[in-house]
Design a protein around this ligand. Structure first.
Ligand SMILES: NC(=O)c1ccc[n+]([C@@H]2O[C@H](COP(=O)([O-])OP(=O)(O)OC[C@H]3O[C@@H](n4cnc5c(N)ncnc54)[C@H](O)[C@@H]3O)[C@@H](O)[C@H]2O)c1
Length: 368
């Protein structure tokens, strides 16, 4: 029998919701949930107990679970030999913590290393959380702007629609475009990947064209751009900024520092009362002034650097995250046992530490 422990997260999301705890219990999994783990997402202890889970202390989650699940990479990491931790790791930024898992002879499944293949879509935590981040970025931007989003024709006169620029049209950027569209804004979208252009257009936004990018993709992801091209991007956005009220940036290349695309000059060029929501804040930020988890005022803009926007909608975020986790566990649990079949690409790619062995090339290469 597999024993799954659910840790309480610091950002208020929970990795397993009661409904999914019930489905695991039905399949013969024993579930231990840290006291009040779901409270911030409005799932109380009683709901977990009714689902057949046991409410325990944090120490008991660590001591009882064969598999420990968490949204974020826990700081306390009280893992023992043979245990498996499943969470978002961003292990290239938190390499020390990944090594600590290996030191404990434990196993680490990085949800952020699940391959972007069709079969893995139902387990893709990055996508489910990025969807919420994109939505929330627009809602937050609309809240901070001193003007309305849609065009209005009133007896007191016309109100012009807000001009929105979305830079980076991955999962979060496309959701930001769709959300801004629903609120009636006029939107321009941009991405270095050519395949993103059609998606931007299909959501009713204009495409900003800029020749000369490295457009190749690695596993669906963009590649790093040369200095010279980044400079041209900055200059383009400096011009575009003067007619843009809300900029949402989400440009990242996994494993690297986010490119600085919005300069101080661009922020000075924006109309008074403008807002920039930087979804790359966690990876160094897409603006020159972004500070993680702060709102910085510079030039004519407020630059929002919140690093955990999905946590601002904890109930939806947890519900989707939990479903992703249950789908992943469905792949890992066979005949009521936890099994690592490395011939399966999904299991192979996301198991970055296996019983002390560093399996991910990036962890291995830095080891030497
Ligand atoms: N399972 C699947 O098949 C699956 C699931 C999710 C996403 N995807 C694909 O994976 C890809 C990455 O999606 P993501 O949301 O994780 O992306 P991401 O969060 O890694 O990056 C966000 C966006 O930033 C863009 N970007 C990088 N550098 C830039 C620059 N200098 N200027 C402008 N834009 C820049 C990227 O092209 C990307 O669209 C997309 O093609 C997406 O459709 C596939």
């Amino acid at each position: 029998m597999v024993r799954v422990g659910v840790l309480k997260d610091s950002d208020g999301r929970v990795a397993l919701v009661p409904q999914d705890a019930a489905s695991l219990v039905k399949k013969g999994v024993e579930v231990f949930v840290e006291k009040e783990a779901g409270l911030n997402a409005l799932f109380d202890n009683k709901e977990y107990e009714e689902a057949g889970a046991k409410i325990v202390t944090r120490e008991e989650v660590y001591s009882n679970g064969d598999v420990i699940i968490s949204v974020n990479f826990p700081l306390d990491l009280k893992l023992r030999e043979g245990q498996t931790l499943i969470c978002l790791t961003y292990f290239l930024w938190h390499r020390d913590r990944a090594l600590k898992v290996a030191d404990a002879n434990a196993t680490l499944i990085a949800l952020d290393a699940i391959p972007r293949i069709t079969r893995a879509q139902s387990m893709d935590v990055l996508s489910s959380q990025a969807t919420i981040a994109g939505y929330e970025a627009v809602i937050l931007g609309a809240e901070l702007l001193p003007i309305l989003m849609p065009m209005l024709s009133t007896a007191a006169g016309m109100v012009k629609p807000v001009e929105v620029l979305v830079i980076g049209a991955g999962v979060a950027g496309l959701q930001a475009i769709a959300t801004a569209k629903r609120l009636g804004a006029r939107i321009t979208g941009y991405d270095v990947r050519e395949s993103a252009q059609e998606e931007i257009r299909s959501l009713g936004a204009q495409v900003l064209q800029l020749e000369g990018a490295r457009t190749e993709e690695k596993g669906g992801y963009a590649v790093e751009q040369p200095e010279e091209f980044l400079k041209r991007q900055q200059e383009t956005f400096e011009k575009q900024a003067s007619r843009t009220n809300l900029i949402i940036t989400s440009a990242v290349v996994p494993g690297t520092k986010a490119p600085v695309l919005i300069t101080k000059k661009a922020l000075e060029n924006m109309p008074a009362g403008s807002v920039v929501v930087d979804l790359a804040a966690q990876f160094g930020g897409n603006t020159e002034v972004t500070k993680p988890d702060e709102i910085v005022e510079y030039g004519n803009a407020k630059v929002v650097g919140y690093t955990s926007l999905p946590a601002r909608k904890p109930r939806t975020a947890s519900t989707l995250f939990s479903k992703n986790i249950v789908n992943l566990l469905g792949l890992l649990i066979k005949d009521e046992e936890f099994q690592f079949d490395f011939s399966d690409q999904i299991i192979n790619d996301c198991t970055i530490v296996y019983n002390s062995e560093l399996r991910h090339p990036a962890l291995k290469s830095k080891e030497q």
